[in-house]
Design a protein around this ligand. Structure first.
Ligand code: 13P
Length: 253
């Protein structure tokens, strides 16, 4: 069975003591999670070790980095390599978030390099994709998102691709309070699973976790996660509020 994942993306928010309090509150709640359900908390780089320490011994919870460099090492001031993350025993990294694509001009080719380096360094990439509003208005969202996968992931061997987690995050739903309907999410996830099947076959396609992101909150998580091809969520704003994120974790199917 494919993994069900509730992933928090804190982005550049919280001071360290707020971050620790939030995590302590989240892990003090009790969950009936099974072996196929995991919770990821994507924190700013400087908090990785402290938060990882707090999560120790909690087998369902893991820290996640929000980005990694597209190069191995060298004169790249301010960058953090996949190898450095691996040395900290970090196991997950978000790659290709729309904020990185838009604000830092990361294109599909650069993201392919990041994916390669993440996999080489034993990190699981949470690969983000998603269309802007104009693309959806033009009804071109399926081609657009499919192309993001093709250009950044489809050079991978089947073995490597099977380690990828996909997060579909329509840009128009991020931080806007406007969520894709559960049917819109399901339609895209089903499409992506079909595209993956065409390239890698049904077994890999059926075992790839595809998360939905974009204004997920306690009040809509259950409905969105109930869809057949939605395997959990990547959550921004609501993951900064303990009770919201606890309810989202409890909405995994
Ligand atoms: P919001 O949940 O705040 O819309 O953010 C979604 C997101 O970008 C998660 O990566």
């Amino acid at each position: 069975m494919r993994k069900q994942i509730a992933a928090a993306n804190w982005k550049m928010n919280l001071n360290l003591s707020e971050a620790k309090n939030l995590v302590n509150e989240i892990i003090s709640s009790s969950y009936g999670l099974n072996n196929d359900q995991i919770v990821l908390i994507a924190v700013p780089f400087p908090y990785l070790i402290e938060i990882q320490h707090l999560l120790k011994g909690n087998s369902h919870f893991n820290v996640c980095a929000q980005n990694c460099a597209s190069t191995c090492n060298g004169a790249y001031t301010g960058e953090v390599s996949a190898k450095m993350l691996n040395e900290l025993n970090v196991n997950y990294v978000i790659i290709g978030h729309s904020e990185r694509r838009l604000l830092y001009h990361e294109d599909n080719k650069t993201l392919a390099q990041k994916v390669d380096l993440a996999l080489e360094n034993k990190l699981t990439p949470i690969f983000c994709c998603g269309e802007a509003l104009e693309t959806r208005d033009d009804e071109n969202q399926n081609n657009f998102v499919e192309n993001q996968l093709k250009e950044s992931l489809f050079h991978l061997s089947a073995e490597h691709f099977s380690k990828i987690v996909i997060a579909y995050e329509p840009i128009w739903a991020i931080g806007t309070g406007k969520t894709a309907s559960s049917d819109q999410a399901q339609e895209m996830h089903k499409h992506l699973r079909k595209v993956i099947e065409g390239k890698y076959g049904v077994a890999i396609s059926e075992s790839t976790s595809i998360l939905y992101g974009g204004s997920v909150k306690a009040s809509n998580a259950k409905e969105i996660f109930s869809k057949a091809d939605v395997d959990g969520g990547l959550v921004g704003g609501a993951s900064l509020i303990a009770n919201e994120f606890i309810a989202i974790i409890n909405s995994l199917k």
